[in-house]
Design a protein around this ligand. Structure first.
Ligand code: GDP
Length: 729
């Protein structure tokens, strides 16, 4: 049977108008996994009896134990609509932000999203987050209102109230869409029950229906209500099967790659719009050059690393030599395949518009652009909502496993782009930075279980940021070790709007120069400065304000290297720098290239920037998280004191049925151990999640003590460094 489905899938792959690439997104516990399972069952991928019992897309034990999805898994299925067969490529996404940024990456691969919302709870914080990510990537939403049975069985609403509540929920979703993007809202991106871009149902009981289907089948809200009330879910599931309502909606309202790529390519790729590559991507042309964006890397015990992603142009085939952004030599495609549940099925060719799984792309990372064209402009980076803010040191239990550990860490970093692996140069320790304590726990668990390396991890440590609140008085002079080259650099805060634009991915060096300049000017940067940007690292920029200097061009790469080193390991306590603008005002270079090589230029620029930061009112920033807690009224007191004991601030409290929803904010450093503590404080009856909430400055009074602690832990001398420490004569 599977083989037959595989044949139907492959026969649809080269008809882009018959394809829908979709993701299912939801707040945790709203029913995404149950919905995915039942859609698969409906398409004949797994038996109906198994659906709902077996978590088809959660194949990790840990996920099963916790009952939540960690890994994004991909599935293709065939659906018949109005007598025609369609191919639906579905990418699963995790529902918990603490697990990494997979939702964002999945959005890059798809053109449409089914937003699942619990009928009782309505839109929740992560509903908002995933909706925002979808709109940002130009991914169209449709709405599935799940758990409608709960309205009757738990809230005991009557027919009228049920309709009222559903109407209110849809209004709220549209309000969110409107608030995020008024233009899109007006251009028809809102969800509309009477048009059919909303379906109502119960994923658990396998039924769903939309307003147009109510009209065509004659089964109205009244009957749905009656079936629910007598508990006859079986009949309802036969008359209004879930997969029919949801898949029909997907096919009617979510765009095919042919339509979507016209809208999307200009948003996610900023190269030359007159190029052959752009035209081919826009037209979803299977005969054009290859443009493939990797959104997931997984390891297959037999085939090795599998790069999964979206093919925007060309046709992938085994044996092709392809170029990966940022890598000089080409990689040869070994296998091309598509997903069927957990299985990868090999197919001979994959044309533009599909989700492809490729082996042989050894140098590819999540986020890599893969092309047949060596000079291809890469896609815009996938921007994650969260940043790695928690670090643990990792050690092999047996020292002889060290080489293996190094290799395994390299591999997990490839698989999870939200993970940041570094080595502490003082101590030689391997450091692993992630989104939160839970995220790192999961990675550590996988290193042991999947990769077979026994490890120990240190207690978690917060990652700080270094920044400035003032500017240098005039340029700081950086001298090369041979004293023959001098660099004069001013340091000042980068405009906050520019910082936000970089974080949101609205601005990058990949853009064409004019587009780049215009964005910066619109964000408040001086015209002269906007014209002279030479490099961007994280949220720091290097600007060349000099004119007519000899040898400048050939020295720039080295200067940027020095700037990058200075901002990667800031001067205060070697934490990353954010929001700094460095302006090169003047420069004196030795005439002989031999005397202005890397060993001269890099340290001179690095030291000038480091000293300059210390002269510009340096500050230390600490990360915060928003915390959302759903808790029964009786347990509310326990939850509140758990937050308040952690330097937390309660932002709001709402009552929803007999549950209280608390929104709060607290420093990440205080949230360690929160999972266990809140479970204890609420007798295990709370549901909670966190979300990155940005960095905030540590009050000046506490700063020196924090600096002392961080430096001490890193084996550095504990006093606050002075500019003169970096400006060695
Ligand atoms: P996810 O975290 O979004 O993947 O949510 P799950 O699919 O794991 O569902 C969370 C919980 O809600 C599970 O206990 C499901 O059995 C339950 N659930 C899912 N759909 C429904 C539904 O339609 N009605 C009811 N009453 N419960 C549901």
């Amino acid at each position: 049977k599977r083989k037959k489905i595989a044949e139907r899938v492959t026969s649809l792959m080269d008809k882009p108008e018959m394809i829908r690439n979709i993701g299912i997104v939801a707040h945790i516990d709203h029913g995404k996994t149950t919905l995915s399972d039942n859609l698969l069952a409906g398409s004949g991928m797994i038996s109906m009896e198994l659906a709902g019992k077996q978590l088809f897309m959660d194949f990790d034990e840990l996920e099963q134990a916790r009952g939540i999805t960690i890994d994004a898994a991909n599935v293709s299925m065939v659906h018949e609509y109005q007598g025609k067969e369609y191919l639906i490529n579905m990418i699963d996404t995790p529902g918990h932000v603490d697990f990494g940024g997979d939702v964002t990456r999945a959005m890059r691969a798809v053109d449409g999203a089914v937003v699942v919302v619990d009928a009782v709870e309505g839109a929740m914080p992560q509903t908002e987050t995933v909706l925002r990510q979808a709109l940002k990537e130009n991914v169209h939403p449709v709405l599935f209102v799940n758990k409608v049975d709960r309205l009757l069985n738990e809230l005991k609403v009557d027919k009228q109230e049920m309709q009222l509540r559903l109407g209110k929920l849809i209004d709220n979703i549209n309000k969110l869409i409107r608030g995020m993007n008024e233009e899109k809202y007006k251009a028809g991106w809102r969800v509309d029950a009477s048009a059919g871009s909303v379906a109502f149902g119960s994923a658990l009981y396998n039924w769903a229906i939309s307003v147009p289907q109510m009209k065509s089948t004659g089964i109205g809200f009244g009957e749905v209500y009656d079936y629910c009330q007598v508990g006859d879910m079986k009949t309802l599931a036969q008359k209004c099967p879930l997969y029919l309502a949801v898949n029909d909606m997907v096919i009617r309202f979510l765009p095919s790659p042919l339509k979507a790529q016209k809208e999307r390519v200009g948003v996610i790729w900023h190269g030359d719009k007159t190029s052959k590559l752009y035209k081919s991507m826009e037209g979803c042309d299977p005969h054009g050059p290859i443009a493939f964006m990797v959104t997931d890397i997984s390891v297959d015990p037999h085939a090795g690393e599998v790069a999964t992603g979206r093919l925007f142009s060309g046709t992938l085939e085994r044996g092709m030599e392809l170029f990966i952004s940022g890598v000089a030599k080409s990689n040869r495609v070994q296998q091309t395949g598509i997903f069927m549940g957990a299985d990868r099925v090999e197919v001979e060719k994959i044309p533009a518009g599909n989700i492809a799984a490729v082996t042989g792309l050894r140098d590819a990372y999540v986020g890599s652009t893969v092309s047949s064209n060596k000079e291809a402009t890469p896609f815009e980076d996938i921007k994650h909502v969260s940043e790695p803010v928690v670090t643990v040191a990792v050690e092999a239990k047996n020292t002889r496993d060290l080489p293996k550990l190094v290799e395994v860490l390299r591999q997990v970093a490839k698989e999870d782009p939200t993970l940041n692996i570094t080595i502490n140069e003082e101590t030689g320790e391997h450091l692993m930075a992630g989104m939160g304590e839970l995220h790192l726990e999961i990675v550590a668990y996988r290193i042991q279980r999947d990769k077979g390396v026994e490890i120990t991890t240190s207690p978690p440590i917060v990652v700080y940021r270094e920044s400035i609140t003032g500017k240098t008085t005039g340029p700081v002079e950086g001298k090369s070790p041979n004293h023959h080259n001098r660099f004069y650099i001013e340091i000042e805060p980068l405009e906050p709007e520019v910082v936000d634009a970089i974080k949101a991915g609205e601005f990058s060096m990949k853009m064409e120069e004019l587009e780049r300049r215009n964005i910066l000017i619109s964000k408040g940067m001086d015209k002269e400065e906007a014209r002279n940007i030479s490099g961007v690292f994280e949220t720091n920029v290097f600007i060349n304000m000099t004119k007519g200097v000899q040898y400048l061009k050939e020295t720039m790469e080295l200067m940027l290297e020095g700037f990058m080193e200075a901002t990667k390991n800031g001067p205060i306590c070697r934490e990353p720098v954010q929001g700094v603008k460095a302006k090169l005002m003047d420069i004196k270079l030795h005439e002989d290239a031999i005397h202005r090589g890397p060993a001269q230029v890099i340290p001179a620029v690095r030291q000038a920037v480091q000293a300059g930061i210390l002269m510009a009112n340096p500050a230390i920033l600490e990360p915060f998280q928003n915390v959302f807690i759903q808790v029964p009224q009786e347990q509310m007191g326990g939850a509140m004191s758990e937050i308040q004991g952690r330097r937390g601030m309660i932002l709001s409290m709402e009552t929803e049925g007999d549950m209280i929803i608390i929104k709060a904010k607290a420093p990440v450093s205080e949230l360690f151990g929160f999972a266990g503590a809140i479970r204890g404080a609420t007798e295990g009856r709370s549901l909670w999640s966190t979300e990155f909430a940005g960095f905030e400055p540590i009050p000046p009074a506490a700063m020196l003590e924090t600096v002392r602690q961080i430096r001490g832990r890193k084996g550095l001398k504990t006093e606050m460094p002075k500019p003169s420490d970096y400006l060695k004569a």
